[in-house]
Write a new protein. Structure first.
Length: 542
C-alpha cells in the first residue's frame, strides 16, 4: 500500500561537492532522509517502470536509509531496484551496476572518507544514468525542490531482506538483491592483465592493501587474494564496520600512517595501497616512496597503454584545477588533450561521455577512467600492479625515471579543518579583493604572474561554473590555490594547495615540505591564514 505523507521542508538540503552530507543525527530528524529522497525523485523525469540502483558504504544508518529508499522508489513508480547484498555497493561498483544494467540512475549512501557512527557523518548522493554524480543542474533542482516539498510517497511494507540474494516484489516493483562484488571484479578482469599480475605475485612480489574497515574489504579480498593469488592476510582490515573501527577511512599519510611506516621500513613489502570509506579513493606507496595522487595520475597516464584495457592509448587526460600540472606534460608528450576542471568528479562526466578524456584524476587521492563514471580506488591499485608487472621495475624506479623525463612537481595540500565559517569566508573574500593588484608583485624571489578565481566553461554542455578556487600563479610555474571544502559537515575547511615545478633531475630528492617552504610562507603572507583563522599549523598535511 502506498502512503502519501505530509512533510515540511528543511532549509539545509543543498548538495555539496559530492551529494548531501550531514551528521547522522541530522539525517535522523523526522522525514529528513525522506524529504531529500523525494526531492531527488521530484527533480527527475521519465523514470516510471525504470531501474534504480541503491547501495552504500555500509556506514552507520546505511541499512535504515536503504529501506526507506527502496520503499520510496516503489511508491514513486520505479519498475525495479537493484540493491547490493547487505546494502553494500562501493561507489565505483554502484557506477558500474548503473551502467551495466542500464539503470535510470542510482542512490549512493556514503560520506566517503569521513568518519562513521551514531554521531559521525552520513550522506546521500544521486547518480545519473551514465553512472556518474548528478551534474549541477540536477543537484540545483533537487535543492530547489527540497525547499518547498510538502509530501512524500512511501510504500507501507515490511523491510526487505537485504542479506539474501534474490528477488521480491513491493507494490508492483521488483527488488533484486545482487552480489555487490562480482560485476565489479569481472570489469577489472576485463581491463587488466590478471595473468601478468598473478605471475608477479607468484614470483614473490609482496602486496599489502588496507581496506580501512570500509567498503573495499570484500572487493579487495576477492580480487587481490582470490583472483590474483596474493597470500591470505595481504588485505588488511577487510571487514566493513559501521564506524570503520573508530578511524577516519581516509587513505592519506595521516590516517593510513601505519601502512606508510610499513612501506618505509627496510623490509617493506613491494607495494602498499589503501582505499577510503566508499572505495573511490586510493593511496599508493611503493617500497620507500609515497606517490602523490597528482604524480600517480601522471604516471598512470604515461604507462596506461601497458594494460590491455588502455592498449589503444588515451583520448585525453582530465584533472581538477588544484591537482598538480604533472599530468599536463604527459598529455603534451602524448599529443592528447588536457582538461582542467573544478574540484569534484561530476565535472569529468561530460568529458568521459564525449570520449574527450580517458583518464581523470584529483589531488585528493582520486583517479579513474572511462570504465565507470566515478573515481575508483581499486582500479588505480590494479593499474599500478599491471604496470609494475609489465615493467618489472620498482615503483621507486618508475617514479625517478618519470621525473627525469618530465620534471617533478613538488606538491602538497594543507588543510585547516573546522575553522570558524565567518573567518574562512572573510579570508576568501579578502583574497578575491587582491586579485587585480597581485600580478606583478614580488614576494622574495617569487613574482606573481597571474591571479584569478577559477571558472570553468564546460566544453560539452557549455555550462559555466564560477568561483571554483583562488589561483595565484608565480613566474616559473609555481602556484598556490585556496578554496573552501564543499564536503565538510562542521565549520569550514580551508584547503591550500601548494606546487612547485622542478625540471632539474639533480633536485628531485628534496623533502616536499622543504621544497615548498617559501611558497608556504607566501601563501600565509597573502591570505593571512594565521591571523584570520588563529591557526598556526594546518590540521592535515597531505
Ligand atoms: C573533496 C576533495 C575533492 C573530491 C571530494 C569528494 O572535496 O577535495 O577533490 O572530489 O572531496 O571525494 P572538498 O571537500 O574539497 O570540496
Ligand atoms: Zn570516497
Amino acid at each position: 500500500m502506498i502512503r502519501t505523507v505530509t512533510t515540511t521542508p528543511y532549509g539545509d538540503q543543498k548538495p555539496g561537492t559530492s551529494g548531501l552530507r550531514k551528521k547522522v543525527p541530522v539525517f535522523q530528524q523526522k522525514n529528513y532522509a525522506e524529504n531529500f529522497i523525494q526531492s531527488i525523485f521530484d527533480a527527475l523525469e521519465g523514470f516510471a517502470g525504470q531501474t534504480l540502483v541503491i547501495g552504500g558504504d555500509g556506514r552507520f544508518y546505511n541499512r535504515e536509509v536503504i529501506q526507506i529508499a527502496i520503499k520510496m522508489a516503489a511508491a514513486n513508480g520505479f519498475g525495479r531496484v537493484l540493491v547490493g547484498r547487505g546494502g553494500i555497493l562501493s561507489t565505483p561498483a554502484a557506477s558500474n551496476v548503473i551502467r551495466k544494467y542500464e539503470a535510470f540512475g542510482g542512490i549512493v549512501l556514503s560520506a566517503s572518507h569521513n568518519p562513521g557512527g551514531p554521531t559521525e557523518d552520513f550522506g546521500i548522493k544521486y547518480n545519473i544514468g551514465n553512472g556518474g554524480p548528478a551534474p549541477e543542474k540536477v543537484t540545483d533542482a533537487i535543492y530547489a525542490r527540497s525547499q518547498v516539498i510538502d509530501t512524500y510517497k512511501i510504500s507501507d511494507v515490511a523491510d526487505v531482506n537485504l542479506d539474501a540474494e534474490g528477488t521480491q516484489d513491493i507494490d508492483g516493483m521488483t527488488v533484486t538483491v545482487i552480489d555487490p562484488v562480482s560485476d565489479y571484479a569481472t570489469l577489472m578482469e576485463s581491463l587488466f592483465d590478471f595473468d601478468a599480475i598473478r605471475k608477479l605475485i607468484a614470483g614473490g612480489f609482496r602486496v599489502v592493501f588496507d581496506a580501512m574497515s570500509a567498503v573495499t574489504g570484500p572487493y579487495a579480498k576477492e580480487i587481490i587474494e582470490k583472483r590474483l593469488g596474493a597470500p591470505k592476510g595481504s588485505v588488511m582490515n577487510f571487514i566493513p564496520l559501521p564506524d570503520f573501527g573508530g578511524h577516519h577511512p581516509d587513505p592519506n599519510l595521516v590516517h593510513a600512517r601505519a601502512l606508510y611506516e610499513t612501506m618505509m621500513a627496510p623490509d617493506a613489502p613491494d607495494f602498499g595501497a589503501a582505499s577510503d570509506g566508499d572505495g573511490d579513493r586510493n593511496l599508493v606507496i611503493g617500497r620507500g616512496i609515497f606517490i602523490t595522487p597528482s604524480d600517480s595520475l601522471a604516471m598512470l597516464a604515461a604507462n596506461a597503454h601497458l594494460a590491455p584495457g588502455y592498449a589503444k592509448g588515451l583520448a585525453g587526460i582530465a584533472r581538477s584545477m588544484p591537482t598538480s600540472g604533472a599530468a599536463d606534460r604527459v598529455a603534451e608528450k602524448l599529443g592528447i588533450g588536457l582538461y582542467e576542471t573544478p574540484t569534484g568528479w561530476k565535472f569529468f562526466g561530460n568529458l568521459l561521455d564525449e570520449g574527450m578524456a580517458t583518464i581523470c584524476g584529483e589531488e585528493s587521492a582520486g583517479t579513474g577512467s572511462n570504465h565507470v563514471r566515478e573515481k575508483d580506488g581499486l582500479w588505480a591499485v590494479l593499474l599500478w600492479l599491471n604496470i609494475l608487472a609489465v615493467r618489472k621495475e620498482s615503483a621507486l624506479d618508475i617514479a625517478a625515471k618519470h621525473w627525469a623525463t618530465y620534471g617533478r612537481n613538488y606538491y602538497s595540500r594543507h588543510d585547516y579543518e573546522e575553522v570558524d565559517s565567518d573567518a574562512a569566508n572573510g579570508l576568501v573574500a579578502a583574497l578575491r579583493d587582491q586579485l587585480s593588484t597581485l600580478p606583478g608583485k614580488s614576494f622574495g624571489a617569487l613574482k606573481v604572474a597571474t591571479a584569478d578565481d577559477f571558472s570553468y566553461h564546460d566544453p560539452v554542455d557549455h555550462s559555466v561554473s564560477k568561483n571554483q578556487g583562488i589561483r595565484i600563479l608565480f613566474e616559473g610555474g609555481s602556484r598556490v590555490v585556496f578554496r573552501l571544502s564543499g564536503t565538510g559537515t562542521s565549520g569550514a575547511t580551508l584547503r591550500v594547495y601548494i606546487e612547485r615545478f622542478e625540471p632539474d633531475p639533480t633536485r628531485h630528492d628534496i623533502d616536499t615540505q622543504e621544497a615548498l617552504a617559501d611558497l608556504i610562507l607566501v601563501a600565509d603572507e597573502i591570505a593571512g591564514i594565521k591571523t584570520r583563522t588563529g591557526r598556526t599549523e594546518p590540521s592535515v598535511i597531505t
